[in-house]
Design a protein around this ligand. Structure first.
Ligand SMILES: [Zn+2]
Length: 330
């Protein structure tokens, strides 16, 4: 597992120091909840912190030694006391099920095989179904010594309040714009940092992920198709079909961004903020022809669709309905 490489992101110093202090003073809680938007580095932080906890020779700043057995096992993805719980790949619902939580509960009650700590990361924690969440709650109510459970989510409100209240919460925020630009510089190839950050709502890791030639081309093509639906692009059902198979969640985020930008462009010809700065002209020419009330209602439908796609409704049906509504909106 090559993602288990110790990396610290420059904008995470504050929570890092705070947790290191707690660790050194023996005040680490049994469960941590890392919340905050996607793409700000919660996962990297959790991994780095897991390494700190598992390596017996971490220094005062939490830097693991990198050479001990624990560090090697973590790097090779075979540390017996480290678990990363995610939804099963085959699971159509994308849920984390009770079996996965039971397994971790059972192993958490055993002594660490390596005689040290155990770390479990659950991601995305809001994807636990009800049974799984209740099972985890029992574990949190009777914590095992030396086991640290870290929940990662960009939607903490979707967790049971009883789970949230039993975790120490760490909130990750969008870093200052300039910090993100500096961090991205040198890492990106296909678009400029400003454009990528706008598209990613300021989240630097998401911006880096979007720096992909195919993805950027797909976005441009889809935006063109969306804007011309009802004109060159005639059939919403055919378009929905063409879009099915693409990452539904990302597509709906883009769609929401297009509609929000259309609304912004209706209020000011050069709004200070736009998700799609590079597409201002195309959006602008359409914005004048649309009605604000209808755009607001449509945005509501996009948000509803996002919730439906998350709860596993057939993505093609969701898209069809949205695109038919969009054509009517025109
Ligand atoms: Zn080590």
């Amino acid at each position: 597992m090559d993602k288990a490489v110790y990396t610290r992101l420059p904008w995470q110093d504050e929570p890092w120091q705070r947790l290191q202090q707690a660790r050194q003073q023996g005040r680490l809680p049994h469960a941590l909840l890392f919340g905050g938007p996607r793409g700000v580095g919660k996962e990297a932080f959790a991994l780095a912190f897991a390494q700190t906890v598992l390596c017996p020779d971490s220094d005062g700043d939490g830097r693991p030694c990198g050479i001990c057995r624990h560090c090697h096992l973590l790097h090779s993805g075979s540390h017996p006391d480290f678990q990363w719980v995610v939804p099963e790949e085959e699971s159509k619902s994308g849920e984390i099920k009770i079996e996965a939580i039971r397994k971790l509960t059972a192993s958490a009650s055993l002594t660490a095989q390596s005689g040290g700590h155990k770390v479990v990361i659950i991601q995305p924690a809001h994807r636990m179904n009800t049974a799984a969440a209740n099972s985890l709650l029992k574990t949190l109510e009777e914590p095992t010594r030396d086991t640290l459970i870290i929940l990662l989510t960009d939607q903490p409100a979707r967790l049971l309040p009883t789970i949230r209240s039993r975790c120490q919460q760490v909130l990750f925020q969008i870093p200052p714009h300039q910090d993100s630009l500096t961090w991205l510089g040198g890492k990106i190839k296909h678009a400029d940092g400003e454009t990528l950050l706008s598209l990613a709502s300021g989240a630097p890791l998401l911006a880096l992920k979007l720096d992909d030639a195919d993805l950027l081309a797909a976005r441009q093509r889809m935006l063109g198709q969306f804007l011309s639906l009802g004109k060159q692009q005639k059939d919403p059902v055919a378009l929905a079909q063409a879009w099915t198979g693409f990452d539904g969640r990302l597509l709906l985020e883009w769609l929401a961004g297009w509609v929000i930008d259309l609304l912004r462009l209706k209020t000011a010809p050069q709004p200070p903020q736009l998700f799609n700065r590079d597409q201002t002209q195309a959006l602008h020419s359409l914005a004048d022809k649309l009605n604000s009330g209808a755009l607001h209602r449509y945005l509501g439908s996009v948000y509803e669709a996002r919730a439906l796609i998350d709860s596993n409704l057939n993505p093609q049906l969701v898209l069809e309905k949205l695109l038919i509504e969009w054509r009517a909106c025109r």
